[in-house]
Design a binder for this molecule. Structure first.
Ligand code: IDP
Ligand code: MG
Length: 141
């Protein structure tokens, strides 16, 4: 049975710097994602560390959190049937060298770190990540 799901999407600083927001948002809408909430903001270093706490032991953690705090981002709550897996498929592989044709990362990512977009990877992480950026009243019904 298909169930309606929510996922967190981030257009990362590298993609905002390139002016890719409009193209990425169009791609999401064309692929039947509903945008229930959207805002632009810039994380500070400790907010970036909190968001990526699951990766705190990784060798790339310091560089990743510097990058995520380096400029404005666009955060969105997306809704669709099977949104979590479908959005990860649309994003493409973490390393753009492995991303399939037609994916957002194939088009916009420049490296395994500066890879244009983020998407939640499971129900529990989606809940945590959505609550990191949005209060309930900020989301459309
Ligand atoms: P995901 O974004 O595809 O879910 P994760 O493994 O959860 O990938 O990694 C989170 C983010 O950390 C990636 O999107 C990327 O920006 C960065 N990252 C992942 N692996 C590496 C790496 O090996 N070197 C540098 N940055 C990395
Ligand atoms: Mg991840």
């Amino acid at each position: 049975m298909k169930t309606l799901q929510r996922t967190l999407s981030i257009i990362k600083p590298d993609a905002v710097e390139k002016g890719a927001e409009g193209d990425i948002i169009s791609t999401l809408l064309n692929n039947k994602f509903r945008i229930l909430g959207i805002k632009m903001l810039q994380l500070n270093k400790s907010q970036a560390e909190g968001f990526y706490a699951v990766h705190s032991s990784k060798p790339f953690f310091n560089s990743l959190t510097d990058f995520m705090a380096s400029g404005p981002i666009v955060v969105m709550c997306l809704e669709k049937e099977n949104a979590i897996a479908d959005y990860r498929k649309l994003m493409g592989a973490t390393n753009p060298a492995n991303a399939e044709e037609g994916t957002i990362r194939k088009k916009w990512a420049e490296s395994i770190e500066k890879n244009a977009v983020h998407g939640s990877d499971a129900d529990d992480t989606a809940r945590f990540e959505l609550s990191y950026f949005f209060a309930g009243y900020e989301l459309a019904k």
